[in-house]
Design a protein around this ligand. Structure first.
Ligand code: KIV
Length: 295
């Protein structure tokens, strides 16, 4: 683990997270979907790496997260696993993998852990998922909850819209979070809800809250890797802070590479290698000899 930052060398595990909240330490979470993104996130000191089903939008080119399959999540989680040493690795349960019953949910979660190497799973929904969360936890599967905007409900919600805007809706978000905590979730993602409600939830539960578009009062923040680095397409969302423009950097690099190839300036002599002189001489003699035979 030579690359780990000396000030935060300890492995992040599920049991330490409650303690982290008690101490008032903020946690850093980021999504990742393969070996390089996971390794970069881990090396930079991210505490929790989520192999999110946002892989559907940002990597696989789907319109939303609904088509993502368990096989796709297992493959992505396995790749991410190879890049992570310190962070807690959490895998998202894709749409359809926990909706048909608790046994299905257990089977899908076990695949993410046994085949993918995840240390925990995340699923979307509050009160309605409490029984499934309880069952997973009983089977030794740590669960991260997710309330507020739940992108797998895109058709029910009519889009990826802000949630918890009315008193009734805000109360429902708080009740959802409490139900997940009572069911045994070890942390809860709060997505796109008013910061006041996120603060109330954070104060009400003992497990860390992980905000995305939910204000600074949460115990942790999460961002989508590609949004943070400017690798996403489309208009950036209000809650996204883009720390780099890697898409522009990549486009520029590839354009210059194409120019060099077309101009014949790539590769140059230092980017290729020559035959050893004695071999060159031998080959040349052979070619000359063949030439005289032909003539
Ligand atoms: O899939 C995902 O990336 C997520 C985070 C945005 C929380 O669920």
């Amino acid at each position: 683990m030579a690359y780990l930052k000396p000030q935060r060398p300890e492995k992040v595990t599920v049991p330490v997270l409650r303690e982290t909240k008690r101490r008032g330490e903020r946690l850093v979470c980021l999504t990742a979907y393969d070996y390089p993104t996971a390794r970069i996130a881990d090396e930079a000191g991210t505490d929790i790496i989520l192999v999110g089903d946002s892989i559907g939008n940002v990597v696989l080119g789907y319109e939303n997260t609904l088509p993502v399959s368990v096989d796709e999540m297992v493959a992505a989680t396995r790749a991410a696993r190879r890049g992570v040493q310190r962070a807690l690795l959490v895998a998202d349960m894709p749409y359809g993998s926990y909706h048909a019953g608790a046994d299905d949910a257990v089977r899908a979660a076990l695949r993410l852990m046994k085949e993918g190497g995840a240390e925990a799973v995340k699923l979307e929904g509050g009160k309605v998922r409490a029984a499934i969360v309880g069952r997973l936890v009983a089977e030794e599967i740590p669960v991260m909850g997710h309330v507020g905007l739940t992108p797998q409900s895109i058709h029910k919600l009519g889009g990826n819209r802000r949630q918890g805007k009315t008193a009734e809706a805000a109360r429902a978000v708080i009740e959802d979070a409490l139900a997940l905590e009572a069911a045994g979730a070890f942390s809860i993602v709060l997505e796109l809800i008013p910061r006041e409600i996120a603060q109330m939830v954070t104060d009400a539960v003992k497990v860390p809250t992980i905000g995305i578009g939910a204000g600074a009062g949460c115990d942790a923040q999460i961002m989508v890797f590609h949004d943070l680095l400017g690798l996403s397409f489309g208009k950036p969302l209000r809650h996204v802070r883009q720390y780099a423009d890697l898409r522009a950097a990549a486009t520029d690099a590839i354009t210059r590479y194409a120019e060099d190839v077309r101009a014949g300036t790539f590769p140059n002599e230092t980017e290729s290698f020559a035959l050893p002189p004695d071999v060159a001489e031998e080959i040349e003699k052979g070619v000359r000899g063949q030439g005289s035979e032909v003539s």
